[in-house]
Design a protein around this ligand. Structure first.
Ligand SMILES: C[S@@+](CC[C@H](N)C(=O)[O-])C[C@H]1O[C@@H](n2cnc3c(N)ncnc32)[C@H](O)[C@@H]1O
Length: 326
């Protein structure tokens, strides 16, 4: 636990909340999965919209405190699992559920609470230890930045941050760590700012590299792919999948998954042995284009500005073969 004040620790404003709840259509008796509980904004809205049940998941142990309060207020209608949503099926099976008739919602990335807590090491604006682990276990960003090869650092920054100056940033990191280890977010941000210019839209030069390191350290894109496949396996016919993403790499994974599952994918054979008949759509799209926040939401919550929501409804067809979630 951090020693931040409660208002900061519980300070995440749920993004696109009205749109998420309208698409999930909460109803009495139905089961919903809030796969990214965070500070519980979506879970709370679901529980107050209908007499439904919610199983919430978050890999961050710090989410447990808010979850415990929600459990106290809602009894058996609410349950919480600390773990990865990539293993959603295992978590649900362990709780005795084999299918989900309501919906699954995923609100990707980190919460404002995690970002604003300097001790978590996600922020280039607040100096803190270079950690970046959502679950506070496994290798942290300090190990990667100080131990990985220059080529590997450049690959991660280019692939997960879409940073054109990835090689220059990697070179500067390797040069700097020879002088002294890079242990703080502020130290890393200054190294990046020496080689990447501020963009015309005013974006901090450290933004893309910090995003890349976070995505890599938390294995976010593989987790997302496993989470989407888990949701497909769990959802009953008419159950809904709603995903809010915050950068183009995440959105691309969601868009590609849904396009394939609604039968518009360019390469269905990726999931099927050659010669096998093409699977029938396992989802029906509810959003032909991603839903974006209205300017009125962005004015009060600047974090919402890059949000993109995609949603689909499960058909009665069996889940597609292929990716087996963890
Ligand atoms: C944007 S926040 C969710 C905020 C939440 N909707 C709310 O209203 O407070 C994302 C949360 O998902 C969690 N998370 C991210 N990736 C995860 C994963 N693969 N498995 C489980 N939780 C994850 C993070 O720890 C974070 O708490």
């Amino acid at each position: 636990m951090t020693n931040a004040t409660p208002s900061r620790r519980f300070g995440h404003v749920p993004v696109l909340l009205d749109q998420v709840i309208a698409l999930l259509q909460p109803r009495d008796g139905a089961l919903f999965i809030d796969a990214t509980f965070g500070c519980g904004g979506y879970s709370k809205a679901l529980l107050t919209s209908a007499n439904c049940r919610v199983v919430a998941i978050d890999r961050d142990p710090q989410a447990r405190e808010v979850a415990t309060n929600m459990k106290d207020a809602n009894g058996p209608r609410f349950d919480f699992v600390q773990g990865n949503f990539g293993a959603m099926q295992n978590h649900l099976h362990a709780k005795g559920f084999s299918s989900v008739d309501g919906g699954v919602v995923m609100d990707l990335g980190v919460s404002s609470t995690q970002l604003d807590d300097a001790s978590r090491g996600f922020s280039f604006r607040r100096d803190g230890p270079l950690d970046m682990r959502m679950a506070s276990d496994g290798p942290d960003a300090v190990s990667f930045v100080n131990e990985a090869s220059e080529g590997e650092i450049a690959r991660v920054i280019r692939s997960y941050g879409e940073e054109r100056r990835a090689r220059a940033v990697a070179k500067a990191i390797v040069f700097a760590r020879k002088q002294r280890p890079i242990l703080r977010t502020g130290q890393l941000a200054s190294i990046i700012r020496r080689v990447v210019k501020k963009s015309v839209d005013g974006l901090d030069p450290a933004t893309r590299t910090f995003q890349a390191l976070r995505v890599h350290i938390n294995n976010e894109l593989n987790e997302l792919a496993a989470g989407l496949a888990s949701a497909e396996n769990l959802l009953a016919a008419h159950g809904r999948l709603v995903v809010v993403s915050f950068h183009s790499l995440e959105d691309r994974v969601v868009k590609t998954f849904l396009r394939e599952r609604v039968g518009k994918g360019s390469n269905p054979s990726r999931y099927q042995p050659t010669g096998q008949a093409r699977s029938k759509p396992s989802f029906r799209l509810l959003t032909t284009r991603p839903i974006k926040p209205k300017p009125s939401e962005i004015v009060v919550n600047s974090r919402a500005r890059s949000a993109r929501l995609r949603a689909a409804e499960r058909t009665a067809v069996d889940p597609w073969p292929g990716l087996v979630p963890a």
